[in-house]
Write a protein that binds this ligand. Sequence first.
Ligand code: GLU
Length: 499
Amino acid sequence: MASVSEPVRVRFAPSPTGRTHLGSGRTALFNFLLARQTGGEFILRIEDTDRKRYQADAERELLESLRWLGLHWDEGPDVGGPHAPYHQSQRGEIYLNYALQLVERGHAYPCFCSPQRLTELRQQQASRKESQRYDGLCRQLPPPEAQARIRAGESYVIRFKIPGSGSITVRDHLRGNITVQNQNIDDYILVKSDGLALYHLAAMVDDHLMKVTHVIRGSEWLPTFPLHAHIIRAFGWEEPIWTHLSIFLKPSGKGKMSKRDAANLMKDGFSIYLLDLREMGYIPEAVVNWIALMGWGYDDHTEFFTIDDLIEKFSLERLNPAPAAINISKLDHFNGMHIRRLELADLAQRVKPYFEAAGYQVDDERLLEIAPLIQERLPTLDDAPRIAGFFFDEDVNPDPPELVGKNMTAAESLAAVQRAYQVLSELAEFSSEAVDEPLRNLAEQLDLKAAQLLGILRVAITGQRVSPPLFETISVLGREVVLRRLKEATALLQDMHAD
Ligand code: GLU
């Protein structure tokens, strides 16, 4: 059920100060889904006003992560759009002008308090166990006096003037009305002494200018949400519909996910960063499915969603404000499901870089033959070389003791390999169907269980105890390679037998 029928304008507005994690991916995804569902626009805006914390690498990683997930934006830094520039760092003058408008209308004021005074103030408040906030000293300054101090070159910031009494009621789409006493809201800084605007002003101005209809963002912005509404109302602008997403809990479900938890997860071989997930062999379809269900659900049982399903079924109403725990094993499950749906040619191309990264020289034709053999078995793409690298190896170097069949001696195993060699070398055809029956018959003749014989042959041919289906594997490897590997196994077993 679509909750919004008009085309929306939504934005994802990250600050590139660190790596892009699944929380950002989820916020971007929900915005994207609503835009696509309603035929609206998805805007990417880079909130890089904090130049000290800005990282160019983080911005590159951000764009790459979004592209990898398939969340393409209609307006943004690289594609442009009617409201360019989309980097806030290039819009400084716009914000300054709006801040001055607020000063003129009495909704903001210049504050000349030195950083030293503010530090002392905070210390005093802390020692009195009071909440730390600006005490409003410069609110009182008569405007002509303030202007004179500005002209005299004194350093100042611009603060928002929260009304001295009363309260404000704001509406979150999931949580309903939230009422806050104005005396509990700080006079936040809108523009710093260097003339650069801070997030609170810049984002509100941009949301207005960029005609954003719905703001979907993290719930870390709930505490300053009343301030944001105050700013918008001071300008007399229309408010967007606000939705604050749930927070993430650690995989244990106990407590909010922190940077340290993320580092600990990495020690355990997992990561919350999107490009790490790519490297670990997760496919974007699975990651999208997984993060969509963190804080959103269609009904109480449907779990499998493609991005097209999500575009059709997503609704703001079904978002859940309760914290969402990160369930890692679920991602593996989704990854397997989405891998099994891939077209074979697509799967072949996707596993290719993982083979190459593992040092294999691969050719497309061979990859295409292997794809159906591994599709059912791949938990993650990076498992492909471990499962199927032997297709590209010159020699598989089996571990000799593993060539000895279950409950068999080395001599018996040797005889089995030699007979299998003979049987296979006499076959006119080398398809999986053609090798199946003769090998099963051979097991019977040797008085072995099929599993015993095939177990030996598997190790001989693939070098591994676990492999894709053996007959298909034999067929793809081809007569020459299979017979050569059986020869090598024969030699190894002869050595063992001789010892
Ligand atoms: N730049 C803010 C952040 O990175 C965006 C918050 C918002 O979406 O309004 O969290």
